[in-house]
Design a binder for this molecule. Sequence first.
Ligand code: 8DG
Ligand code: MG
Length: 149
Amino acid sequence: MELIGEPVPRIAVAVIVTHNRRVLFGKRRVADSDFEWQLPGGWINIGESPMQAAVREVREETGLTLGILEFVALTNNIFSPKNHSISLCFEAECVEPEKLMIKEPEKCLGWQWCEWHEVEDKLFLPLANLMKSDYRPFIGDKRTVSFSI
Ligand code: 8DG
Ligand code: MG
């Protein structure tokens, strides 16, 4: 997207996709030959709701369909002085895990179901921020929204 004038924070979505008490992480490209662990997600398109963006990004990147989405966290991601995003994070169970695919092989080396704190090295900044917040998956009714600000 073409940005005119001063840079502004952009809004992204990230999805904690769950199955059998594990979470889906992808080793995704952040530079030509550099990869980091990310949750599926991406930018909200103009005219879309955050939840629609979350469902679309997961479908585009993994082929998966989600159950009910729950808004669980917000992270404030300052990559550099002119590169700043806010991630709205949703948690949702995956309905048909056997449909998992690497739909964007040029952007993603692969997907893995892991325990929440199992993935530690080479974290994408928004995911590192979420891991440092008080957010934990699988809390259900006892949840309050977590902020990493
Ligand atoms: P584009 O960058 O290709 O134009 O858009 P996209 O299709 O939405 O890209 P993407 O590679 O799916 O989205 C990843 C971008 O979204 C990444 O460059 C930075 C941004 N992003 C955040 N926070 C988060 C997050 O928490 N998870 C994910 N997956 N992406 C995020 O700013
Ligand atoms: Mg995307």
